[in-house]
Design a protein around this ligand. Structure first.
Ligand code: UDX
Length: 440
């Protein structure tokens, strides 16, 4: 085991900033590198956190004050002394579904000339199988004298829970091709293995594929229960009961079996598409993954139809108050949010939408200019014919529906997250997802 001291993270988004800060919290000296953008300058010079991640601001401030966490745009400062250099830049989805590796390749090219002594380069970004080998070839070509290995170390961080997921991981996965890389990985994650968190070291390709396979499986599990919603409604079954009964089987387990308006976010959509594309690039077809992608989109459209049906078959000229826009609670992230499919569909059919979200309004305004943005729940419901719960923010769980009803014109409550107990909203004609108790 070789214990690294200095770590460098390239990229300060959801993955890079959380990972760098948590490594600093574990006692490592960490330098975070990014491009000289206004967001990064604000982080570097004023400690302004560029992402909505509960607990991150305090952790950054604490580790900057302790002198363990620094920020720079200069590779010649950040690379030479580093024992481990993580590439944690974005790998957005290209038009054909493949992962865009341009930021990863740019980082590799900027790292290469500054390498000094043995350095382990680690791909923490979600990258297609084979990228580790590609990055290694790139760096060796740019700096043949460099002593390095390239490893894979995918992240399993959920937005809004990223610090917890980093600090208490179900498992840490690493992919290596040499014993030197294995030793450095073991040293890097010693603070975690000493605390009983398992480190699974395999080869690079397996590690890269584990990330995609895990996300695609979770997306499929969610889509499985979402597809049962309509069957529950058709047969008088309660989808929450079905989910609970299924999840009590240890082989199935309860988590990620909660029905909703379809999955979104920066990972599941991108990773399922990239995995399907990787298979096709090898002349193979992952039919289950491709069906999950198609079914998830169909479910989002079906939610728009459900709202229209609940409102008597037409939303033309109707005002709909929408609670929640982010792809899930506790984040400001709108990437592939179900609202981005559902709400434009309703506006096309003549509905007027007035929406409130505790954190995602800034991003939503850029993506959906045609909405009215309300600054509170009451403002979103004022004069509305119906209210739709889109995102499971805690503040929507225990609203005083008796007080809210008089603000509205109509009494439809369409709950796309099964957040509300219908008994607490008797003034409303309640429609949930796959629930036995439906409005009259
Ligand atoms: C996911 C993976 O969970 C994480 O391990 C990976 O590193 C990144 O991608 P994230 O995208 O942040 O994390 O959100 P997650 O909590 O997984 O939710 C993804 C989507 O699934 C959201 O739209 C959420 O609303 C939906 N979801 C999740 C459900 O509809 N039902 C569930 O039971 C769980």
């Amino acid at each position: 085991m070789v214990t690294p001291r200095k770590l460098t993270l390239i990229g300060t988004g959801y993955v890079g900033l959380v990972s760098g800060t948590c490594f600093a919290e574990k006692g490592f000296m960490v330098t975070c590198v990014d491009l000289n953008t206004p967001k990064f300058k604000a982080l570097k010079d004023q400690g302004i956190i560029p992402i909505h991640e509960p607990g991150l601001e305090e952790l950054v401030k604490k580790n900057v004050a302790a002198g363990r966490l620094t920020f720079t745009t200069q590779y010649d400062e950040a690379i030479p002394d580093a024992d481990v250099v993580f590439i944690a830049v974005g790998t957005p989805q290209d038009e054909d579904g493949s992962a865009d590796l341009s930021h990863v390749e740019a980082a590799a090219r900027q790292i290469a000339p500054h390498l000094k002594g043995y350095t382990l380069i680690v791909n923490k970004s979600t990258v297609p199988v084979g990228t580790g080998a590609h990055v290694e070839a790139l760096i060796r070509a740019a700096n043949p004298a460099a002593q390095l290995d390239v490893a894979s170390n995918p992240e399993f961080l959920r937005e809004g829970e990223a610090i917890e997921d980093f600090m208490q991981p179900d498992r840490i996965v690493a992919g290596v091709e040499t014993d030197a890389a294995r030793q450095m990985m073991a040293g890097l994650y010693k603070p975690f293995t000493d605390a009983g968190y398992p480190l699974f070291i395999t080869n690079r390709a397996s590690s890269e594929l584990i990330k995609y396979a895990a996300n695609a499986f979770l997306a499929t599990k969610i889509t499985f229960i979402n597809e049962l919603i309509a069957l529950c409604e058709a047969t008088g079954a309660d989808v929450l009961a079905v989910s609970k009964g299924m999840g009590m089987d240890a082989r199935i387990a309860p988590r990620f079996l909660n029905p909703g308006p379809g999955y979104g976010g920066s990972c599941f959509p991108k990773d399922t598409n990239a995995l399907a594309k990787t298979a096709r690039d090898h002349g193979l077809t992952l039919r289950l993954v491709e069906e999950t992608i198609a079914t998830n989109h169909a479910i989002k459209l079906a939610m728009a139809a459900k709202i229209e049906q609940a409102m008597g078959g037409s939303v033309k000229g109707k005002i709909i108050g929408v609670l929640g826009l982010a792809f899930k609670a506790n984040t400001d992230d709108m990437r592939d949010a179900s609202a981005l499919t559902i709400l434009p569909e309703l506006m096309t059919k003549g509905a007027t939408i007035q929406a409130f979200d505790p954190a995602a309004m800034g991003q939503a305004k850029q993506l959906m200019p045609g909405l009215t943005y309300a600054d509170s729940v009451t403002a979103a419901l004022k004069g509305a014919d119906a209210v739709v719960i889109m995102t499971e923010w805690n503040e929507f769980r225990a609203l005083n529906w008796q007080q809210l009803r008089p603000l509205m014109k109509g009494n439809m409550l369409i709950d796309l997250r099964n957040l509300v107990d219908p008994a607490s909203a008797r003034e409303f004609d309640y429609t949930g997802l796959g629930r036995i108790v439906q409005g009259d």
